[in-house]
Ligand binder design. Sequence first.
Ligand code: GDP
Ligand code: IMO
Ligand code: MG
Length: 474
Amino acid sequence: MTVTIVGAQLGDEGKGGVVDLYSDEADVVARYQGGDNAGHTVIEDGTEYKLSLVPSGAVRGKVGVLGNGCVVNPRTLFDEIDDLRERGLDPDVRVARRAHVILPYHRVLDGIEEDVKSESDQEVGTTGRGIGPTYEDKAGRRGVRVGDLLDPDVLRERLEYVVPQKRALAEDVYGLDVDSLDDPEAFDIDALFEEYREFGRRLAENDMTVNAGEFLANTIGDGGNVMLEGAQGTIIDIDHGNYPYVTSSNPTAGGAATGTGLSPGVVGGGEVVGVVKAYLSRVGSGPMPTELGGVAGDTPGYDEQGENDEDLATYIREEGGEYGTVTGRPRRVGWLDVPMLRHAARASGFTGLAVNHLDVLAGMDEVKVGHSYDLDTGEQSSPGSQNAERSEGGEEIFTMPSTTEEWTRCEPNFRTFDGWEDADWAAVAADGYDAIPNGAREYLEYLSDELDTPIYAVGVGADRDETVVVERPY
Ligand code: GDP
Ligand code: IMO
Ligand code: MG
């Protein structure tokens, strides 16, 4: 069977830890979308691993697959495998021949487009890994696939078609001097051919490429268990997220079928675990109705709005370590947003919830959640929202609206819960669900009721052992 792990919010919900928790019973762990924009943390007995492309099952020695829905940067993939080897792991990673390759020009173009957008405050705050430009080329039918790296004639043909277009875009549209780049060979057909043919050789020599759908279906056919590891999160899904402040793939559960070649029936016949951070964090730009405080450069209108719950934001940020792993930039933080979670639960069909970071909220007098929104509708009544009721500030809605503009006009209606004390969380994890402090259990039960989904696991610390396991999905 399959267990699919999906981020319910804006990424960094603790998916890596949940994959690690349950992957002891998996035979294969497959990523189905995204690339090295992901950073998934696994902590085993105090030793921390930050995984970017290598599926998180590697810490338990499980076979990893990068499905056809992923975009793969061979430079960072091999660096990561080599680093993990030096740290004593032995990652066995197979890459779909249908997955697309991130080339150096994709990173350059990602950077330039963000620069241009920033002139009119429209930047997304991407990770700069070339994710969007690579998916654009996939959709534009000019991408280079992993299978193409295995055949030098095909690789050369693909590069000869696409590289002059990219060079013209960089030079003629964006006015870039490509020869003065940090990576001056990013637009050089011969240099790219040599480097990427060599990656193809390494992939072939180590028998690393697969037909992902066939490989995974055979694993299941032989009675094995497959885990499908989502990256990013529902609200940065290109279809179901907060467009244009999104990544360019489908982290929601539908992506697990299209991004691996397993059928929707197989994925839907298994379990889908939604990973929820007990509050909210966001990297990059876009609206965030329950935001506390703000981060200059990322929070829209931050400079005009001034201070707003700054102390609370700082407290949560410090307790939760909400700083970017690469840049050290503070992440935006806020209260749990329940309309967002109703939307996520519907889009992916969660069969269980893993709620993380309950420990981070401990010690506060009260904890709030955004239970619904008041959508300022102006004069018009909003079309298509069946469960809307009139309330003073506009229309009360219980799920996220479809446009970013409407979302910016949403004011949260908060519900307040009693806080809970700090605890010996390792002991709580060992003793089980009933050892969770009362206030925190009320919070969890509210969430489970609102989403009509049972709680499978509760994160009360970052280590593998600091999880209260309620259900095991396999
Ligand atoms: P992912 O991208 O969804 O895998 O999440 P990240 O690894 O980027 O971010 C989650 C961060 O929170 C990591 O530093 C984890 O070690 C940490 N973490 C995960 N679960 C918990 C939890 O329940 N409590 C605390 N305090 N930290 C957690
Ligand atoms: P994990 O898997 C949090 C965000 C970026 C940006 C937007 C688009 O660790 O949860 P991209 O580089 O993908 O084109 O950037 O998506 N983003 C993430 N935020 N966690 C992630 O991954 C993210 N991957 C991308 O900050 O706002
Ligand atoms: Mg992360």
